[in-house]
Design a protein around this ligand. Structure first.
Ligand SMILES: Cc1cc2nc3c(=O)[nH]c(=O)nc-3n(C[C@H](O)[C@H](O)[C@H](O)COP(=O)(O)OP(=O)(O)OC[C@H]3O[C@@H](n4cnc5c(N)ncnc54)[C@H](O)[C@@H]3O)c2cc1C
Length: 507
């Protein structure tokens, strides 16, 4: 009897899961492009190109290996599954557990409704299992990345010296806050020329969703396993060594700096996080490659730490995490998040970069786009949808904890101890954006003052009682309370003026 393997768009791998042991003469494959997913939000055109092209390439590879592949373009998963089961009545589908919330239910309901069964097996695209996280989390008062990361690093023996971290410290973040000086020579990044399948996907996306966000011209993302491996090699060889020191920096005109750009192939399943970590560790272990401990530790922290941690936070936090709004933020998402039209250089350059490439790095996401929405009091659910729509690497499991939890504090700190809120001072320290900005980052209340400054203080003021009770925010909140009332009134008036301009689209 043939096995019927359902392969989802973020599980494009033969290296783990049901396809690993499947024989082409004993297994059939079902893949479904869901129109509902594509059209549900104004997804970046490059994101749709990427997912369609990567799925179609994967189907082609499987066919070359001898598999029969039913590749369906359906209204949604349910109709696709029903269509397949009409052809193969009673077939038992096997699928790796979907990571995005609700998808497993949708698949099971569709199959059961058509009189069939689904065998949902473990999703082997992760480094840590649900059981490992749950055992670690059990009985803890608070869930913090730092302790989860230490536990999983120990368990894998990565960067360990017996029971102790190599170098004597778990965390080198303090060394990883450098800003490249003027004229710094960044390495170029390997991009991938669209082939016929990608060009076809581009034409289809441009014709079907012309009003979706972003531009397709600069598409250079990896869409096959071979390209994903090349992207990994390119990062490890040319950017890993400087990944740590410049991890938090932002530079006008530099999209990538030393970041890996590996979220795209990782989130599609084209790369396994284990091979990414092991390749980086192997490269760093050769002293001739000159990879400082702060760089390799910083990178492993992201992939073994943050990436795994966030998907568990999502798993245990859904569905309420997506609806959280603990700070009662109700401002509609400002239009500038779509248009990029503002005189604030940090926001303008970041939105422009996303429209062009579908990507911005972590600090642009957290400290520019997220921070501005947080201090301006934007409804976190609208921001979540925006992040989900506008980034090529966006999937619900990764966007929702990052936006609702890490960036917007909408869950009131289920895994963070304080909100990531900052004034323009932070952006000035970590970037060169302020030098070309129309606003004055040194001014807090003047007509031309940086909007982040007054909004930051109005955010502190708005939630002052909450911050006084938060041990990491209390000093700031008390300091604000003690300031001269007239100075405070001037700052709050300027914040009001900024918000008016934001609503009028004249900021
Ligand atoms: C508001 C906000 C929204 C985000 N949206 C996404 C998203 O849609 N998709 C996505 O993959 N990541 C998202 N992230 C996490 C992180 O910003 C991106 O993974 C990273 O910028 C991707 O670029 P890179 O591959 O060059 O990452 P690098 O800086 O090179 O980091 C290496 C890898 O670590 C992993 N990683 C690092 N931080 C995180 C994190 N906080 N959560 C999950 N994985 C992490 C990623 O897989 C990344 O590829 C978001 C973060 C924030 C604050």
């Amino acid at each position: 009897m043939a096995e019927h393997i359902l392969v989802l768009g973020d599980q494009l791998t033969e290296r783990v899961g049901p396809l690993f042991s499947a024989e082409p003469d004993r297994a059939r494959v079902l893949m479904i492009e869901s129109r509902e997913l594509a059209a549900g939000l104004p997804h970046h055109k490059q994101k749709l190109m990427l997912v369609f092209s990567a799925m179609r390439h994967f189907a082609q590879t499987l066919r070359e290996r001898g598999f029969d592949v039913s590749y369906l373009q359906a209204a949604n998963f349910a109709t696709g599954i029903r269509e397949y089961l009409d052809e193969f009545p009673g077939a038992e589908l096997v699928v790796m557990r979907p990571t995005d919330w609700g998808v497993e239910r949708e698949i099971i309901d569709a199959a059961v409704g058509a009189g069939a069964h689904v065998n949902v097996v473990d999703n082997e695209l992760w480094l840590t299992s649900d059981a490992e996280f749950d055992a670690w989390a059990e009985g803890r008062k608070s869930l913090r990345l730092e302790y989860f990361y230490r536990s999983v690093r120990k368990a894998r023996g990565w960067l360990m010296d017996g029971d102790k971290p190599v170098g004597g410290r778990w965390n080198y973040d303090a060394e990883n806050r450098q800003v490249p000086g003027p004229g710094h020579d960044f390495p170029s990044v390997a991009g991938f020329e669209p082939d016929a399948l990608t060009v076809e996907a581009r034409a289809q996306v441009d014709a079907t969703w012309p009003d979706h966000f972003g531009d397709t011209r600069a598409f250079a993302w990896p869409v096959t396993r071979e390209q994903a491996v090349q992207a990994l090699e390119d990062f490890v060889e040319h950017r890993l060594a400087s990944f740590g020191p410049y991890e938090d920096a932002m530079v006008e005109g530099e999209d990538v700096l030393y970041h890996s750009l590996l979220s795209v192939p990782l989130n599609l399943g084209l790369l396994h996080p284990r091979e990414v970590c092991e390749r980086a560790l192997a490269h760093a272990s050769d002293p001739l490659n000159g990879v400082p401990l702060a760089s390799i530790e910083g990178f492993i922290r992201q992939v073994l730490g943050w990436r795994e941690f966030m998907r568990h936070i999502y798993r245990i936090g859904m569905p309420h995490l997506r609806e959280a709004n603990g700070l009662d933020a109700t401002r509609p998402l400002p239009n500038l998040y779509w248009s990029g039209s503002t005189r604030m250089t940090c926001l303008q350059r970041s939105v422009d970069q996303i429209a062009r490439t579908g990507h911005a790095h972590h600090i642009q996401r957290l400290m520019v786009l997220g921070n501005f929405a947080l201090v301006a009091g934007v409804d976190p659910r609208e921001l979540n949808d925006w992040f989900l729509a506008t980034f090529v690497d966006a999937l619900d499991w990764v966007v929702t904890p990052n936006v609702m939890g890490m960036s917007q504090f909408a869950d009131l700190g289920s895994f963070t101890s304080k909100p990531y809120a900052a004034s323009g001072k932070y952006i000035d320290r970590m970037s060169n954006y302020c030098a070309s900005c129309a606003y004055d980052v040194k001014s807090v209340d003047g007509d031309n003052s940086c909007p982040m400054n007054s909004l930051y203080w109005s955010f502190i003021d708005r939630h002052r009682e909450r911050w006084v009770a938060n041990h990491r925010m209390a000093v700031i909140a008390r300091g604000w309370a003690k300031r001269d009332p007239e100075a405070k009134a001037r700052i709050l008036a300027r914040a009001g003026d900024v918000l008016e301009k934001l609503s009028d689209n004249t900021l």
